[in-house]
Design a protein around this ligand. Structure first.
Ligand SMILES: *[C@@H]1O[C@H](CO)[C@@H](O)[C@H](O)[C@H]1NC(C)=O
Ligand SMILES: *[C@@H]1O[C@H](CO)[C@@H](O)[C@H](O)[C@H]1NC(C)=O
Ligand SMILES: *[C@@H]1O[C@H](CO)[C@@H](O)[C@H](O)[C@H]1NC(C)=O
Length: 329
């Protein structure tokens, strides 16, 4: 019993060796991924040395064609055909070459052949960025030209030249792109500030980073860069008038609203908050006559007007909260 089994195995092995010898080793074919169903991959029967009609008579077929084989042997012609979608990326991912091993069976007498099928890449995948949009915040003025901001590169599911990426940035007066080659295959794009930013001129910069692969035709993917410019305290408050004049009757009561001054600051947040102070009274006794509300800029009379003093000149100062910059009127 055991001997008979052994003999059977031996016979198969001998037959296989014979088949190899006949076929001159392994039969190799290659087919481009995404080839249409029915595409002839190779004239299998002929390449295995079969006579016309033999393929059908001896039932030339694939052994247990796997779920992923996607090829079949045509009964009539004995040709290997594409039977369903062949997606190289699904079959082999990033590994290359993408070679499928197929076993082909022939009956009477029994023979097994190995066929290697290489699925070649076509440029069927575009570069993809990890996100469609990236937000960056960069401080105006204090961020110096030459500052670099690393960006995440795109990936391309294809292989070889079809996955070789190059990058371009939409035209910008303030930014350029620098490509850092981390290794043979990988390039990391970096945004470089070429000119200092001014939030008051352009508060938000919108750029588009494009990745193109090396396929023909090339496919592209894009990522939008949204750059918010952060405020620094770079603007002084501005009065809406350089001179404020008011005439009051001598009889004006204490507490009368003399006038209201107004300064605004184009910076943002606390950098735009303005407080007021009065300085430089001429004559100095003016200090006792008027006072300013530091928050509203309202100037009130705090004493009765002296008949003798014809006029009071007062310098009004608008101070930024931070106290770094001031403007006088
Ligand atoms: C980026 O900023 C925009 C606008 O402020 C916002 O709508 C979006 O959610 C932000 N995206 C991310 C990823 O933070
Ligand atoms: C000051 O002027 C600005 C801009 O003209 C205005 O928005 C604001 O209301 C004014 N403030 C006062 C206290 O009048
Ligand atoms: C300046 O601001 C003050 C206070 O808000 C207002 O009364 C005055 O009319 C403004 N002057 C001008 C030229 O807008």
């Amino acid at each position: 019993m055991g001997e008979r089994w052994c003999a059977a195995v031996l016979r198969v092995l001998v037959l296989q060796a014979l088949a190899w010898a006949l076929a001159g080793g392994q039969v190799r074919y290659s087919v481009a991924e995404e080839a249409k169903a029915g595409t002839v991959v190779g004239r299998l029967a002929q390449d295995l040395g079969l006579e016309a009609g033999e393929a059908e008579a001896r039932r030339l077929r694939l052994v247990a064609p796997g779920r992923r084989a996607s090829v079949e042997v045509s009964g009539a012609s004995g040709a290997l055909l594409v039977s369903s979608r062949l997606d190289r990326e699904e079959l082999c991912g990033k590994s290359a070459p993408c070679a499928l091993r197929l076993e082909v069976l022939l009956e009477r007498p029994l023979r097994v052949f190995h066929v290697q099928l290489e699925v070649t890449d076509i440029n069927d995948n575009a570069p993809v960025f990890p996100a469609a949009r990236k937000n960056l915040s960069i401080a105006e003025w204090t961020t110096l030209p030459g500052s670099r901001f690393p960006l995440e590169g795109a990936s391309d599911a294809d292989i070889g030249v079809n996955a070789q990426l190059s990058y371009t940035l939409s035209p910008s007066e303030h930014f350029s792109l620098d490509l850092q080659k981390t290794n043979e295959r990988n390039i990391e794009p970096e945004l470089v500030l070429t000119k200092a930013l001014d939030r008051e001129t352009i508060p938000v910069h919108r750029l588009v980073l494009t990745a193109s692969d090396g396929g023909r035709p090339s496919l592209t993917g894009t990522m939008e860069l949204l750059i918010s410019v952060l405020d620094t305290n770079d603007n002084a408050p501005q009065f809406n008038q350089s001179v404020y004049k008011v005439q009051l009757p001598e009889s004006a009561a204490v507490g009368t609203l003399v006038m209201r001054v107004n300064a605004t600051d184009v910076d943002e947040g606390i950098n735009s908050e303005v407080t007021y102070a009065v300085t430089n009274f001429i004559p100095p006794t003016g200090r006792d006559v008027i006072s300013i509300n530091p928050n509203t800029g309202e100037i009130h009379l705090t004493a009765a007007l002296d008949f003798e003093e014809v006029s009071i000149f007062a310098g009004v100062q608008a101070l930024r909260e931070s106290g770094l910059l001031s403007m006088s009127a």
